[in-house]
Design a protein around this ligand. Structure first.
Ligand SMILES: [Zn+2]
Ligand SMILES: [Zn+2]
Length: 618
C-alpha cells in the first residue's frame, strides 16, 4: 500500500459502480439552444452565456427527483449558482409545465441541483437552464478546446442516485490573443540533412489557434538556408513550419521577432558526430476523456504540429472524470483509432496508453507499443495491485511507468518491487515536480522523504529516467508553459518507430527534462547512457582497476548553473557552468564497485533541468 493511500476514493468509486439505478435515472434528452445562447463559441477565460434545454423521457421525473447541471469541473468554468444575479455563473431555471416548482441550489463545485417539486415532470415536458444569465455571465475554461462538455444528470426517482443523460452539450472554447512566440527545432542533425523548424504564436496559456498575422524575422548564425523573413498568414492560425538545410557541424540557435514585438529563441540544434540522435516525446497526458482538455485528435495534433514532438502517448485515467474510460469502450476505441491515424513510422510515433490510477498503490501509466492492449482498471478487483497488472501484461510489448512517485496526489508504493521487464523506466518529473531526490530542483509538492527515486535506487531497484508532462491543459510537450515544472522524455535512438522507442526505453537509452530541450551526452568508460557497465569492462584500462572516465556534454537553451554527478546516493561532484549554455567536462570515477550507480543532472540558472539515466555497475 502507498504510504499515503486514499482508500476512501476507491470506496466511493466502487459504491458508485454498485449503486442501483432506477429506470428513470438518466432519462430524457438535452441540447443547446443555439439561437438563444449569446455565445456559440467563447474565448478561453472570458465570459459567455448558454441556454440548455432538458426534455423529460418516457418515465418523466418523480416529485422529489432531480436534474443536475455539471459545468466542466476541471479548468475554471464558473460554478452555476442561483442566488446572486450580479455574480459569475448566475443561472436561471424555468419550466412551462404548470404546477411544477423548480428548487435549484449549488451542491458542489461546478454542480447545480434542480429539484422537481409540486408534481412530477411528465414525459416531454421541458426545463430551460440559462447558464451565465447575469451581468457577468459565466467564465469559460482557461484553455482552448473544441468540445468543452457540459453534463446533465437525472435522478428520476429522487433516491439520491443519478445517471448522466445521453445528449451532448458541447461548447467551443477558442484561444485568446497572441501572447507568446515559440520556436522549436530538432536537437540533433547531420550535415546535409534538412530539419523542420516550428514557429508557433500561442495565447497566454499556451493554446494554439490564435488569430494573428504579420512578418516574422528569423536569424541564425551558421544556417545560411534560413529565410530572413516569413509571413504568418491569418489562415495559419499562428503555426507554420519551415524546412531548413543544415550544412555544417556546430551548435545552432534561431532567433525570431514577430508581430506585437513577440520575441523568441529556439532550443539548440547540435550537429556533431559526438552526440547521439535525440528524439523528444511526452508519454503521459490527459484529454477531456478523463480530467484533461480537448479531444484525442486535438491532443495528437498539438503534440506533432505545435510542440514538435517525435513521440506522444495519451494516457487518460482508467476511472476518473465524468465518464470513466474503463466503462466506455468507445473512448478507448477512439484513442486507438486516432493513435493509429497519426502514427507515421519515421516521422511521428503515437503510443496507445492509459493511466492505471490506483489510489492504493500509486499511479502508473500503461503503454502498449502494438496498439492492441486493453484498459485494465485499478478499480477492478482483478487488476487492483501492481502484481496483478504485471501478470496480465506479461509477454506483451507493454510498459508501466510509476509517476509522481515521491509525493503529489499519491506517492508510489515502492514496497512492491517493480517488474524488471515491464517497468524498466520511471517518470521522475512532470507538472507535479521532480521525484528524483530531496535535493532536486523543482521538487514535487507534498514530498515524502525516503520515497524518492534515488532512495529506491539505493535499495537496488534499476530504472532509466524519463520526464513527461502529465498535462491536463491539452498541451502535450509544452506543459511547462503554464506550470513551474513540465516533463519531457528524450530518446537516444534514430529508430523513430514504436519498436524503436520501446527498445530505447527498455535499454534505458533515455533521459528526462522538466521542459527545456536540453541536449545531454554522457559516456562512462566509453559506454552509452543507461548502460550496465561491467567492472571488467572498465577496470582493465590505463586508469587502473575500478576506474573509468565519465565524459559529459550539455547544451542547454538557457544559461547553466551546474552539472551534478550523482554516485550511489550522494552528489559526488558538482561542476560549475558559470552561466554558459554549453558545458563540457571529463572526470575520472575511481574505486567503482559492483552494485553502484551513477547519473548526471544538469541544472539551468532558471531551474530548468535534465537528468540522465543512470549507469549501473556490475
Ligand atoms: Zn497520476
Ligand atoms: Zn496523469
Amino acid at each position: 500500500m502507498s504510504p499515503r493511500p486514499h482508500l476512501e476514493i476507491v470506496e466511493a468509486l466502487r459504491q458508485d459502480l454498485e449503486a442501483v439505478r432506477h429506470p428513470s435515472d438518466g432519462g430524457g434528452d438535452v441540447w443547446i439552444v443555439e439561437e438563444e445562447s449569446a455565445s456559440r463559441e467563447v474565448i478561453s477565460g472570458s465570459p459567455g452565456q448558454w441556454t440548455f434545454l432538458y426534455e423529460a423521457g418516457p418515465l418523466g421525473i418523480a416529485e422529489g427527483g432531480w436534474i443536475f447541471l455539471q459545468a466542466p469541473p476541471f479548468w475554471g468554468w464558473s460554478t452555476p449558482q442561483v442566488t446572486n444575479s450580479e455574480g459569475l455563473g448566475f443561472t436561471l431555471v424555468s419550466t412551462a409545465a404548470e404546477g411544477v416548482d423548480l428548487e435549484a441550489q449549488t451542491v458542489d463545485q461546478g454542480l447545480l441541483g434542480i429539484q422537481i417539486q409540486g408534481r412530477p415532470l411528465e414525459p416531454g415536458e421541458q426545463v430551460q437552464i440559462v447558464y451565465g444569465a447575469g451581468d457577468q455571465g459565466a467564465i469559460a475554461d482557461r484553455f482552448a478546446e473544441s468540445e468543452s462538455r457540459f453534463y446533465i444528470a437525472v435522478d428520476g426517482d429522487g433516491d439520491g442516485v443519478r445517471k448522466l443523460v445521453q445528449g451532448r452539450l458541447d461548447v467551443k472554447v477558442v484561444a485568446g490573443p497572441a501572447a507568446q512566440l515559440i520556436l522549436l527545432q530538432p536537437s540533433t542533425a547531420q550535415p546535409g540533412e534538412s530539419i523542420r523548424l516550428t514557429v508557433a504564436i500561442l495565447d497566454a496559456t499556451g493554446s494554439a489557434g490564435v488569430d494573428v498575422e504579420g512578418e516574422i524575422r528569423l536569424q541564425a548564425e551558421g544556417l545560411p538556408d534560413l529565410p530572413p523573413v516569413v509571413e504568418m498568414k491569418a489562415e495559419l492560425r499562428g503555426v507554420l513550419h519551415l524546412e531548413v538545410l543544415v550544412e555544417s557541424e556546430g551548435v545552432f540557435r534561431v532567433a525570431a521577432e514577430g508581430p506585437d514585438g513577440l520575441r523568441a529563441e529556439s532550443n539548440p540544434l547540435v550537429v556533431s558526430s559526438e552526440v547521439d540522435r535525440v528524439l523528444w516525446g511526452d508519454l503521459h497526458g490527459h484529454s477531456a476523456l478523463s480530467d484533461g482538455t480537448g479531444t484525442v485528435e486535438d491532443y495528437f495534433r498539438y503534440a506533432r504540429d505545435v510542440a514538435a514532438l517525435d513521440v506522444a502517448a495519451l494516457t487518460d485515467h482508467d476511472h476518473w472524470g465524468m465518464e470513466p474510460l474503463a466503462l466506455n469502450p468507445q473512448f478507448w476505441a477512439e484513442i486507438r483509432r486516432q493513435g493509429d491515424l497519426f502514427y507515421r513510422p519515421g516521422r511521428f510515433v503515437t503510443v496507445l496508453g492509459y493511466e492505471w490510477t490506483s489510489w492504493i498503490h500509486g499511479h502508473r501509466h500503461v503503454l502498449y507499443f502494438d496498439s492492441e492492449g486493453e484498459v485494465l482498471s485499478s478499480v477492478d478487483p482483478a487488476f487492483e495491485s501492481p502484481e496483478q497488472l504485471w501478470a496480465a501484461l506479461k509477454g506483451k510489448p507493454a510498459l508501466t511507468l510509476a509517476h509522481h512517485s515521491a509525493g503529489g496526489p499519491i506517492p508510489t508504493n515502492w514496497q512492491i518491487p517493480p517488474d524488471p521487464e515491464l517497468e524498466p523506466v520511471t517518470e521522475i518529473v512532470s507538472v507535479h515536480g521532480s521525484s528524483e531526490a530531496m535535493d532536486s530542483p523543482g521538487l514535487i509538492y507534498s514530498p515524502l522523504p525516503g520515497n524518492f527515486v534515488r532512495d529506491v535506487l539505493d535499495r537496488g531497484y534499476r530504472f532509466g529516467f524519463v520526464g513527461s508532462g502529465d498535462s491536463h491543459d491539452g498541451h502535450p510537450g509544452l506543459a511547462h508553459l503554464t506550470s513551474a515544472s513540465g516533463g519531457l522524455a528524450a530518446f537516444l535512438t534514430s529508430d523513430l518507430t514504436r519498436e524503436g522507442i520501446l527498445e530505447a526505453l527498455r535499454s534505458r537509452r533515455v533521459y528526462a527534462t522538466n521542459g527545456p530541450r536540453i541536449v545531454m551526452a554522457t559516456r562512462l568508460g566509453g559506454r552509452p547512457m543507461g548502460a550496465d557497465v561491467g567492472l571488467d569492462e572498465v577496470g582493465m584500462g590505463p586508469l587502473g582497476a575500478g576506474s573509468a572516465e565519465l565524459t559529459v556534454w550539455i547544451v542547454a537553451p538557457g544559461p547553466l548553473d551546474r552539472v551534478d554527478v550523482i554516485r550511489s546516493g550522494q552528489i559526488h561532484e558538482s561542476v560549475a557552468c558559470d552561466g554558459e549554455r554549453d558545458c563540457r567536462f571529463a572526470t575520472t570515477m575511481e574505486d567503482l564497485e559492483a552494485g553502484e550507480y551513477l547519473y548526471v543532472r544538469a541544472v539551468q540558472v532558471d531551474g530548468g533541468a535534465a537528468w540522465s539515466s543512470p549507469y549501473y555497475l556490475r
